[in-house]
Design a protein around this ligand. Sequence first.
Ligand SMILES: [Zn+2]
Length: 241
Amino acid sequence: MTSELSLVLQVQKMDLRIAELEKEIASLPLELARIEKTLDSHKRRIEADKSGLTANVRDRKKLEGDIQTHQAKITKLKDQIMQAKTNEQLRAFQHEIEFAEGEIVKCEERTIELLSSAEPLEAAVKKAEAAFAEEKKQVDAQKDRTEARTTESKGFLLVAAEERKKAMAALTPQLVSMYERLRKKHKNGLVISEVPEGRCMGCQMMLRLQYFQQLRQATTVLCCESCSRMLFYNPPKDVAP
Ligand SMILES: [Zn+2]
């Protein structure tokens, strides 16, 4: 491998590292958003359970009030019954009292139903709140870790960019422009290809024999005639040149 090419290889190594760091830095906020979304959905579930519980308490209070109203009405009807002048009036009052008593029974039955559903609801809310607090603690810790990781990666990125700049400065302007052009063409950033046994590992095409021979003795950078990647050939160490 020519010394020029080993310098380009250095730049490529830096660029691959930079791309990796940039990808990681970009992915971290998405990861944070995902965990926060999960936490939010759990919070909403607790709120739904809580509002169910609030509605339950409110309904029971209303039933209590209804019972009191019916009882007051019964008391009043019992007073009125004393003043009934005819059997018809008497029956009418009695009928009203029976109706109010029936309503009280219904209210009491509904209250019992509400009470029995309130208990598991209360337990569920309590449990979910405890789980949520624990989860929130973990999420906060994860957020801290993610933020620390981002800061660290940004630091690495600055270092890598500085190193790239240095490696780039050692290249000739021709090599710089060739490298940048190839980098645009090959999106994975791999612009240098090894040619073992005469095959370009970048595009898998065989080199012309004459061109391959040329590459083996090359003192300048040669490019693949098929994919344009910069080529290098290192003969196996156990074979005499
Ligand atoms: Zn090629």
